[in-house]
Design a protein around this ligand. Structure first.
Ligand code: G3H
Ligand code: 13P
Ligand code: ZN
Length: 330
């Protein structure tokens, strides 16, 4: 058993309380490799932002869970070395079973998500409560989910979304003991968050998606005032990256994300954690494609992973400062 405290990590309790009060959201950035982690830590130290390092079960399979938790320990030391200690959470993204959550808690994660959103309401309550009871005995925070996002949620896939029902949230929070709640108000995972026919087009032909359901968010906040809310599927899918990827040989038709002004608006409410993975994938891929296309003789991975890391850092700094409002909150 390794406690997250031994790794220098913190749980989400204090972080979320401050974020809800302060009208900003903590960035939850997914990582599976060294360059992503370097970029996240560099960006969050430079902007003095707290951070949630997010690991999916797919990332655990890809990178090895021992390596990942030791990388998180290294990230805390790296931040210190860069000259500013920021609070760092290591969080399991979309945990799908009690056993997986338990394994993460015992190996040093300071926060876990149990995603029972695909189950019946009663099954979701029972599973989430079981995880909370175990996690809380170890000081670990738990995120639950009510409502289903469209798109693919790691191993959990859903053809159609259904919005969170505000009338369920109070009972769910009370019965399970969760520390935060992920909700569905129109965001979704991946780079195609809406079908083109759901969108309008602006003068430049860029797809403009339907707005998030802020009315549902307001209803939820009314029923559980000040309770920490989480938004998944919150990449903005920047047009510049999609264009750059296509310019250098990629093909990403119908890419559309959540506009930044809507995320900024959400961050001012009780939404205190915003999950971003796809934008990082786009930034990295765009930078790597550019180097490989412009310098066909290049074969040292550092020569394309380095620029990818720099692009990622730029993206994360922009998010912290201009979208989430988490800069200078550490
Ligand atoms: O919500 C899902 C995250 O983007 C993680 O994706 O399962 O491909 O690592 P992944
Ligand atoms: P995006 O695919 O919009 O980046 O969402 C990531 C996410 O929700 C991770 O849990
Ligand atoms: Zn997610």
């Amino acid at each position: 058993m390794t406690s997250y405290k031994e790794l220098g990590l913190v749980n989400t309790k204090e972080m979320f309380a401050k974020a809800v009060k302060g009208g900003y959201a903590i960035p939850a950035y997914n990582f599976n490799n060294l360059e992503q982690l370097q970029a996240i830590i560099q960006a969050c130290v430079e902007t003095k932002s707290p951070v949630i390092l997010q690991v999916s079960s797919g990332a655990r399979k890809y990178a090895n869970s021992n390596l990942l938790r030791n990388m998180a320990r290294g990230a805390v030391e790296y931040a210190h070395e860069l000259g500013y200690d920021i609070p760092v959470v290591l969080h399991l993204d979309h945990g799908d079973s009690f056993e997986l959550c338990k394994d993460c808690i015992e190996s040093g994660f300071s926060s876990v998500m149990i995603d029972g959103s695909h189950l019946s309401y009663d099954e979701n309550v029972a599973l989430t409560k079981k995880v909370c009871d175990f996690a809380h005995a170890h000081g670990v925070s738990v995120e639950g989910e009510l409502g289903v996002l469209a798109g693919v949620e790691d191993d959990v896939s859903s053809e159609h979304s259904h919005y969170t029902m505000p009338e369920e949230v109070e009972d769910f929070v009370k019965k399970t003991g969760v520390d935060s709640l992920a909700i569905s108000i129109g965001t979704s995972h991946g780079r195609t968050k809406f079908k083109p026919e759901q969108c309008t087009k602006n003068a430049e032909g860029v797809l403009i998606p339907p707005p998030l359901r802020f009315d549902i968010l307001a209803e939820i906040e009314k029923r559980i005032p000040g309770f920490p809310i989480v938004l998944h599927g919150s990449s903005s899918v920047p047009v510049e990256y999609v264009k750059m990827i296509e310019e250098f040989g990629g093909h990403l038709p119908d890419s559309v994300g959540i506009p930044e002004d809507q995320l900024r608006q959400a961050a001012k409410s009780a939404v205190c954690k915003i999950n971003i993975d796809s934008d990082g994938r786009l930034a990295m891929t765009a930078a790597i494609r550019k180097v490989l296309a412009q310098k066909p003789e290049e074969f040292d991975p550092r020569k394309y992973l380095g620029p990818a890391r720099d692009e990622l850092k730029k993206l994360y700094m922009h998010k912290n400062i201009n979208v989430l409002g988490s800069a200078n909150q550490a």
